[in-house]
Design a protein around this ligand. Structure first.
Ligand SMILES: NC(=O)c1ccc[n+]([C@@H]2O[C@H](COP(=O)([O-])OP(=O)(O)OC[C@H]3O[C@@H](n4cnc5c(N)ncnc54)[C@H](O)[C@@H]3O)[C@@H](O)[C@H]2O)c1
Length: 337
């Protein structure tokens, strides 16, 4: 079988992770080109023996025999790059979010559908082995019908305010993963969003028009619930826990730690802090999501996270924003109509 030829656009934090996984873990593909606007990124191409480096996305797409592109550039480039790649007939993996505007996301998805290429969105937490196991327990009816999904998602520290200003806000930048997890774990669709939020970490985040602390209640179509609690700063590190409570029981995923030993003394019990941030905590998930992207290409199957998943998480995020602004529950139909 011929190898699938892949290109990667954007070689920052997440681009380097995907490039490393693509180059080291998948004999059925070959990374034939990378692009980034920074000259320094050429060294990354050399480090991974990628034969072509360019600073221009059109040039990247024009690489002979290119089959698929992995888009890891900043959020404001995603929609344009996805449209260009789709029109060029390339299969696409795109980091989240597809865009911050729902209209633009809908427009892009229509174009993707018309071209018939496959599109996968980078909601990596679905591929975390612990969370995947919880989903499997739900699918196997081990917890019965899910009644409450509880997601705790707190970062070790806030991003720079310069990033906050262009991020689309906490709900579209950070909670977007939790919205996707709530849908994925429960297997249900959200009908209403009620969010309360505050600025408790850094007043500058508030001055930039964003929030840093929030509790969001999602109501699914069958009236079951999800509760998400978020904060941009947890002094003890990256706090990523998940629970599903159902008619037959409960399933929980705790934080992951660098090791599991604990010290017990007369002063108390101590152990390591959770794995520090997303690159460490979700390392396995990044590899497994790209594995499933490649498998879907090789086997010509549907993508495990598709454009509609991308659209729904953005719609829920916009509903959460509106709920905070207007101090009331917001039906998803108000956003998607
Ligand atoms: N799924 C996840 O867990 C996850 C984690 C982090 C970031 N992300 C997403 O990935 C994207 C990138 O985030 P990051 O943290 O890697 O950012 P980053 O700032 O670390 O890297 C971005 C890279 O893109 C390059 N770049 C800038 N403009 C470009 C352009 N026009 N074309 C190509 N490259 C360009 C920059 O030079 C830089 O190397 C964002 O959309 C973000 O939301 C997803």
């Amino acid at each position: 079988m011929n190898k699938i030829n892949v290109a990667v656009a954007g070689l920052g934090r997440i681009g380097k992770i995907h490039l490393k996984n693509l180059c080291r873990n998948f004999p059925e593909i070959k990374v034939i080109a990378v692009m980034d606007v920074m000259d320094e990124s050429k060294a990354i191409a050399e480090e991974f023996n990628v034969p072509n480096f360019t600073k221009d996305f059109d040039e990247l797409l024009a690489t002979p025999d290119l089959d698929a592109v992995v888009i890891c550039s900043p959020t404001d480039t995603h929609a344009d790059f996805v449209v260009k790649a789709a029109k060029a007939g390339k299969q696409i993996f795109c980091e989240k979010p597809l865009d911050l505007s729902l209209d633009r996301v809908q427009e892009v998805l229509k174009i993707v559908e018309e071209t018939g290429v496959k599109l996968m969105l980078g909601f990596n937490r679905r591929f975390d082995p612990e969370f995947k196991k919880i989903r499997q327990l739900v699918v196997n009816d081990a917890v019965g019908d899910p009644q409450i999904v509880k997601i705790t998602s707190r970062d070790p520290g806030p991003p720079p305010v310069s990033y906050v200003k262009v991020s689309g806000g906490m709900f579209l930048d950070m909670t977007i993963h939790d919205f996707d997890m709530a849908r994925y774990i429960s297997g249900k669709q959200v009908k209403e969003v009620f969010a309360k939020a505050a600025v408790k970490v850094d007043p500058e985040i508030g001055e930039a028009g964003d929030v840093d602390t929030a509790v969001i209640t999602l109501t699914f179509e069958d009236d079951s619930l999800a509760v998400i609690d978020n904060c941009r700063k947890a002094v003890y590190g990256y706090d990523q826990r998940l629970e599903v409570f159902g008619s037959k029981g409960m399933a929980q995923a705790e934080n992951n730690f660098p090791n599991n030993h604990k010290l017990f003394t007369e002063n108390g019990i101590s152990g390591d802090l959770p794995l520090h941030f997303f690159l460490e905590r979700y390392d396995a998930s990044y590899n497994l999501e790209i594995r499933e992207f490649i498998d879907a290409l090789v086997n010509n199957e549907d993508m495990p996270v598709d454009g509609t998943d991308g659209l729904m998480s953005i719609a829920i995020g916009l509903a959460a924003k509106k709920s905070v602004d207007e101090g009331r529950p917001v039906a998803l139909t108000e956003i998607l109509s």
